[in-house]
Design a protein around this ligand. Sequence first.
Ligand SMILES: Nc1ncnc2c1ncn2[C@@H]1O[C@H](COP(=O)(O)OP(=O)(O)OP(=O)(O)O)[C@@H](O)[C@H]1O
Length: 274
Amino acid sequence: MNILEVEHLKVWEAGSGKSIVHESSFDVRAGRCLAIVGESGSGKSVTCRSIVRLNKSSLRQSGAIRFKGEDLNALPFKALRNKRGRQICMILQNGMSAFDPSCAVGVHLRETLKRHYGWGRGEIEARMISAMESVRLKNPLDVMNSYPYQLSGGMLQRVMIALALALEPDLVIADEPTTALDTLSQFEVVEQLIGLRERLGGSMIFVSHDLGVVRRIADDVLVMKNGEIVERGGVSSVFEQARHPYTQYLISTRSELGAGFKTLMKGGVSDAQR
Ligand SMILES: Nc1ncnc2c1ncn2[C@@H]1O[C@H](COP(=O)(O)OP(=O)(O)OP(=O)(O)O)[C@@H](O)[C@H]1O
């Protein structure tokens, strides 16, 4: 069963008419992780943001985006807004841009959970503490009382993952969630994303430059180049028998995990390093 069916998605710049995503069609199967790979500027983020209609207003989009059978592209804005977060949760590239810099992160977490579930303060706090503990964030109450600039990039990504755990969405879209992080934090965030999928049993779209991480986390893969999908299939069949020269090129240049990442994967992370 497909949880998401994207048909003939086109995205273009309103002013110039310049095409950014050309006629993309793809599905996400329930309970599976679809990776979108491709070089910078290939249209991965614009594709992800189109699903929840979060592209800048200078961009236009057409096509059908059926989530559990309902076309998100045809929904009134308010109805779509209610689906974001509770049903489709995005984990962004840069935690700092996801939170309001002028409020403690707990304010954002409380507002989001209250809006979607109507829980009271005590229940929200209990659920966030439990979610933060499961992504190994120490002292959750202190984290909730911190401003975004007081937390590291890796901590902010883990706060976003904890929020996704508390929201229990049907689909998680993780758009290059490790790009801005150092190797140790990348490793931890990937481990937590794998844990998130296991705990929610859910479906995921995972965008990454790092094909090593994609192999580790994803079941299926789409390869994008200049706004077009050039190859697709199961991760092992695409990586082992890539047909498109662009995929072959990406594999030859982007498959190697960094040496530090490999060491961490072999040995795990000791508590002292956390
Ligand atoms: N608001 C916008 N207005 C005009 N063009 C845009 C806008 N947002 C993105 N683009 C263009 O769309 C193309 C695809 O961008 P996108 O961010 O989706 O690439 P990407 O594959 O996610 O790259 P990266 O890996 O660097 O994030 C790029 O050429 C980018 O310049």
